[in-house]
Write a protein that binds this ligand. Structure first.
Ligand code: AMP
Ligand code: MG
Length: 336
């Protein structure tokens, strides 16, 4: 990884970062149509391809170590593009190292627990990237905009007073601080969509038959609460962007640009962790050399003792006999 590339990524995401302690007013501070001066989608697609390759490489290394894990939290308004962001940004990584969890209206079992319980249960392991498609932040968003959600949470009176939101911000910050102190880096992305782009995306869900299943009239009714959500998002961003888990506001009106940004923020975190393949001890290395000698001695006549090393130019290699493989292949053809 060149430092130059890392620097370019850091520079690119800087305008998206919510400075910890700053007071955010979404409408004034962040433009959903921002494109960082990239006018052509083609250029953005190229950037995204590079980002996806970079993520794949870093994710392999993250999976090989067992100290750090990453939690990616995605929040957005309806039609903000969470699903598409996950699909595109994570398209190059090994699914074995990623765990995606979505959060909907809490079940009755979930309501029988404290509000962070269901999120705790889905946290990634060390070596994993966990993705929260909606997250614990719903607890200060939809629950705040629609207070009947809070009433269903069976809280003691002391935990539902007028200070409930300030209290939750503090509890969430503390929880994230605890996680980050213990090796889990938290990446928080808010996909910031304009009201008109949301209108257009809802229309598309009506117009394109393959998208009808995504249309929900409840989502359209939520538009009546647009200003309440903007306020709740602004307060959440102001109160919970911290040094250990800062928020990034992703301009979401151009899907391709949102994806480039999401990949860049995640890449920035992985570069910062700088996961390394574990080194083996001298003892293990001499053990490996011993086993290699044994395996080489078992090579069939005329075959390279170690074809991999031969290919890598580490040893002289006689030609490898391929005859048997071809025969087997033929047989396979007949059966299929
Ligand atoms: P979807 O858009 O299909 O992911 O729908 C999930 C729904 O669950 C959204 O309408 C969210 O607002 C809602 N939801 C998620 N978390 C909570 C929560 N903690 N309390 C109440 N509703 C929630
Ligand atoms: Mg929905």
């Amino acid at each position: 990884m060149g430092d130059e590339r890392a620097e370019r990524i850091a520079e690119f995401i800087e305008p998206l970062r919510v400075e910890p302690g700053s007071k955010v007013r979404l409408a004034k501070d962040f433009d959903p149509g921002y494109r960082a001066g990239i006018s052509k989608k083609k250029e953005g697609v190229e950037l995204l391809r590079n980002g996806i390759e970079l993520l794949a490489d870093y994710q392999r290394r993250l999976a090989a170590q067992d100290t750090y894990g990453v939690l990616l939290c995605l929040q957005a308004l309806d039609a903000g593009g969470k699903d598409g962001t996950i699909r595109h940004v994570m398209s190059g990584v090994n699914p074995q190292g990623v765990r995606v969890s979505g959060f909907k209206v809490p079940s009755s079992e979930e309501l029988d627990h404290d509000y962070l319980w269901r999120y705790t249960r889905e946290l990634p392991r060390r070596g994993e990237i966990g993705i929260f498609n909606r997250s614990h932040y719903e607890e200060v968003l939809v629950v705040r905009v629609h207070p009947e959600n809070l009433r269903r949470q069976k809280l003691p009176d002391t935990a539902r007073g007028p200070d409930v939101w300030e209290r939750r911000y503090r509890e969430i910050n503390d929880w994230e601080h605890y996680l980050s102190d213990n090796g889990f880096r938290i990446v928080k992305l808010f996909l910031n969509l304009s009201k008109d782009e949301q209108r257009i995306r809802f229309l598309k869900r009506i117009d394109v038959p393959e998208r009808n299943w995504k249309f929900s009239s409840a989502d359209v009714r939520e538009r009546a609460y647009w200003d309440d959500y903007q306020r709740a998002f602004s307060q959440m961003l102001s109160a919970t962007s911290t040094e250990w888990a800062p928020w990034y506001v992703i301009p979401a009106d151009h899907k391709w640009f949102a994806r480039v940004c999401a990949a860049a923020v995640l890449a920035h975190t992985l570069i910062d962790i700088d996961p390394r393949y574990p080194q083996v001890s001298d003892e293990t290395r001499s053990e490996l050399a011993e086993v290699r000698r044994e395996l080489e001695a078992e090579a069939p006549e005329g075959a390279a003792p170690d074809p991999y090393a031969a290919q890598a130019g580490r040893a002289a290699a006689p030609p490898v006999a391929k005859e048997r493989h071809r025969k087997r292949k033929k047989k396979h053809h007949r059966h299929s």
